[in-house]
Design a protein around this ligand. Structure first.
Ligand code: FES
Length: 182
C-alpha cells in the first residue's frame, strides 16, 4: 500500500481528524530521524582505521600528548599544506580515538558537501559547517548527524610515539581530491 492510498482515504487507513497531509509527512520525518539516531554505531559503514597508516601517507608530529587537555583544539595540516585538519580531545571516548580514554581524534575540516570549513562547537560536541549547516559527530568517526553532506568527514589516523601524537593516515576522501596523496 502506498502513502497516497492512505492519504486519499480509500477506507482502509485514515488519519486522525484534524491531521493534515503535511503533518503526517513531518511525523514520518521525525520518526525516521529518531530511529536513525537510535541505531548503534556499528549499523553505519565503518572505516578501518588501522589500515590507513603505511600506505604512502606521511607521518607528522601534531602535539605532545601531555599538552593535550580535555577540550583542546589543535589546528594542523595533513597530509599536506593544502589540507587543513583539526585535532580534538573530547570529554568522551571516540571511535578511532587514541590517548586517555580514547578521546583524541582528528579530522579534515573541509566539509564533504562543498568544502566549506567546519568548526568545533564544544557545547554540542559537534563539528558544524556554517555554509549549509551539516553537522558531524567527532565521537562517531565524523558521521553526519544532519545536513547536506553525503559522506562523513575524513578522519585522520593518529598514533602516539615517544609521547607525541602523530598523524599517520586518512580514512575517507578529502573534499576536492581524487586521491588524498598528491
Ligand atoms: S559546504 Fe558544508 S554543508 Fe554545504
Amino acid at each position: 500500500m502506498t502513502g497516497r492510498d492512505d492519504d486519499e482515504g480509500h477506507g482502509q487507513q485514515r488519519r486522525p481528524s484534524g491531521v493534515d497531509r503535511r503533518t503526517v509527512l513531518q511525523w514520518g520525518g521525525i520518526a525516521g530521524l529518531a530511529s536513525t539516531a537510535a541505531l548503534p554505531a556499528t549499523s553505519f559503514a565503518q572505516r578501518p582505521m588501522p589500515e590507513m597508516a603505511g600506505k604512502g601517507y606521511p607521518v607528522i608530529e601534531v602535539a605532545p600528548l601531555a599538552e593535550i587537555a580535555v577540550g583542546s583544539e589543535i589546528a594542523f595540516h595533513y597530509p599536506d599544506d593544502d589540507s587543513p585538519a583539526l585535532l580534538l580531545r573530547l570529554d568522551r571516548p571516540a571511535e578511532g580515538g587514541i590517548g586517555p580514554g580514547e578521546s583524541i581524534v582528528a579530522y579534515s575540516v573541509l566539509c564533504t558537501h562543498k568544502g566549506c570549513p567546519v568548526t568545533f562547537k564544544k557545547s554540542h560536541n559537534m563539528l558544524l559547517c556554517g555554509c549549509h549547516w551539516s553537522s558531524f559527530d567527532p565521537a562517531k568517526a565524523g558521521r553526519m548527524v544532519i545536513g547536506q553532506a553525503s559522506e562523513p568527514l575524513p578522519q585522520i589516523a593518529l598514533d602516539v610515539s615517544g609521547g607525541v601524537v602523530r598523524a599517520v593516515g586518512v580514512a575517507g576522501l578529502i573534499y576536492g581530491r581524487h586521491t588524498n596523496i598528491r
